[in-house]
Write a new protein. Structure first.
Length: 303
């Protein structure tokens, strides 16, 4: 059974090394979230001093914030410019593209459709020593919503798009075969139900924990302003963005009736959008008028 896994295991790389996600938020992760939340639309330049100030309001020390900016620049996430004694940074085109594409997938509502009960099976065999190839293939399969039913046999209730097929073909350095098939019941206690490839109970608990943590904040959104609005919005984003990636988007017929995906998404949108204006006002006070917050709907539509 595949339990929830780390977001960095499946977030598309595409040549940009985004920071690994850590519980509580790493300085690099916080910096990327801040820049994405307020500059992704136009890739606006922010003074380095403003980024340091905003990270400081999130509890990151001055020295750590400076080091964070340098590391992100080396990773190809940020690019810098200098005018006199003032240094400014913005997301690189590659990082912005990865973040925008990931946002469209992660924050889109789960599709509601009548499932045809056909499964996609992906069988593969990679050389034992090809650790990088194995990790890359597993990561792409996770991103496509697949899970391992057995060693070397991954499944998904969805058909593969043409783009997905091309991506898998380019990754497979060993043997890889894709099938479409229906599950044949062999009787009680015989064989393994395909849905058991996912630990749905653990994923549901992640959603429930998010709701327990943030539901009490919903009623206070209108009164949260300034640095607190930015901190809260950043934390909500940093926490929620892991959940849809851990959730493979299984058809509703395979899920419990009380699956908490929709309530968690609705709560996230209420907080993220509800805090947008107050957070944008504060970031503009710190970083200048170029920043623009976006809503969940705008992120899904494409920035």
């Amino acid at each position: 059974m595949a339990g929830p896994y780390d977001i960095e295991e499946i977030f598309p790389d595409d040549g940009v090394r985004l920071p690994r996600t850590q519980n509580g938020g790493s300085p690099q992760g916080l910096a990327v979230t801040l820049l994405a939340d307020y500059t992704l639309r136009d890739r606006a330049w922010l003074p380095a001093s403003a980024i340091v100030t905003l990270l400081g309001e999130a509890g990151v020390s001055h020295a750590s914030a400076r080091a964070t900016i340098s590391r992100l620049a080396r990773r190809g996430v940020l690019e810098g410019s200098r005018e006199g004694r003032t240094s400014s940074y913005r997301l690189t085109a590659g990082a912005a593209a990865v973040l925008a594409a990931g946002g469209r997938v992660i924050f889109a509502p789960a599709p509601d459709y009548e499932w045809d009960r056909w499964w996609t099976l992906i069988a593969f065999s990679l050389p034992q020593g090809d650790v990088v190839g194995r990790r890359e293939l597993r990561g792409k399969l996770r991103w496509l919503g697949c899970a391992p039913l057995y060693d070397g046999l991954w499944i998904s209730p969805h058909d593969l798009t043409g783009e997905a097929r091309s991506q898998l073909a380019g990754l497979a350095s060993g043997a890889l075969t894709v099938f479409r098939a229906r599950h044949v019941e062999l009787g009680e206690s015989v064989g393994r139900d395909p849905v058991e490839a996912w630990d749905t109970a653990a994923i549901a608990e992640r959603y429930d924990a998010f709701i327990r943590r943030w539901e009490p904040v919903r009623g206070r959104v209108g009164g949260i302003t300034g640095a607190e609005a930015v901190r809260t919005r950043t934390e909500v984003m940093d926490t929620y963005r892991r959940l849809p990636v851990l959730d493979p988007g299984l058809p509703r017929v395979l899920l419990p009736a009380d699956w908490p995906r929709d309530p968690a998404r609705e709560l996230f949108a209420a907080l993220y959008d509800g805090l947008a204006a107050a957070a944008e006002d504060h970031v503009r006070e710190v970083a200048g008028p170029a920043v623009r917050a976006h809503t969940v709907a705008e992120l899904v539509a494409g920035l």
